[in-house]
Design a protein around this ligand. Structure first.
Ligand code: TYD
Length: 202
């Protein structure tokens, strides 16, 4: 049987990576074979593209094209073969991030992203996408406390993250069956219970 594809999203600082690690461990404890991955990245070439994307200034269309180039490779080399062999794949970000960051954040026309999505995914979509939602001021405070050097996206303004956040929330309204929003102000335990309930429905 085909495995399930779960993607996690949210603005930087919303706690996605913490929940990603927990969810992967939880699914394994349930006896699933799980592949943990991330975007941009997930393959050898994809990780090289990630390094460029997170550090090099570039035209916003170049940025979008490279995101989808990395995604093409990710689908071909990792995501689709894993799902086919029955493994579950949990990705820290996927295409909703392109709509939110390159579209909402940077202002790239949604139609252009749709063209790339159709080209690269030919209708393929995650089984479920969880958006960890947090007011931008709290997310920025959390980011500042990590002590890690910010990447090219994390250096963006509050207004940028506001647009990214709004795009995620708007997408969740238009695709309620796939995209679920979780309020990241809740305790880790409460969020984990919500995630467990989502998993049961898959
Ligand atoms: P992120 O997932 O936040 O990783 P970390 O937790 O290690 O910082 O970093 C990836 C960045 O890439 C994030 O700021 C959002 C951005 N991004 C896009 O702009 N478009 C995309 O399509 C994807 C997948 C990511």
């Amino acid at each position: 049987m085909r495995g399930k594809f779960i993607t996690l999203e949210g603005i930087d600082g919303a706690g996605k990576s913490t929940h990603h690690a927990w969810l992967v461990g939880y699914l394994k404890s349930q006896g699933r074979e799980v592949v943990a991955t991330r975007e941009p990245g997930g393959t050898e070439l994809g990780e090289k593209l990630r390094a460029l994307l997170l550090s090099e200034p570039m035209h916003l269309e170049t940025e979008a094209l490279l995101m989808f180039a990395a995604r093409r490779e990710h689908l071909d080399k990792l995501i689709l073969p894993a799902l086919k062999s029955g493994k579950w794949v949990v990705s820290d970000r996927f295409t909703d991030a392109s709509y939110a960051y390159q579209g909402g954040g940077r202002g790239l026309a949604r139609e252009k992203i749709q063209v790339l999505e159709r080209w690269v995914q030919t209708g393929f979509q995650p089984d479920i996408t969880v958006v960890f939602d947090l007011p931008t001021e709290i997310a920025c405070e959390r980011l500042a406390k990590t002590g890690q050097a910010p990447d090219r996206f994390e250096l963006e303004t509050r207004a940028f993250f506001e647009r990214v956040r709004k795009t995620y929330l708007r997408r969740a309204v238009t695709e309620p069956d796939r995209i679920k929003v979780v309020d990241s102000r809740q305790s880790l335990d409460d969020i984990r219970k919500i995630l467990e309930k989502f998993i049961v429905t898959l």
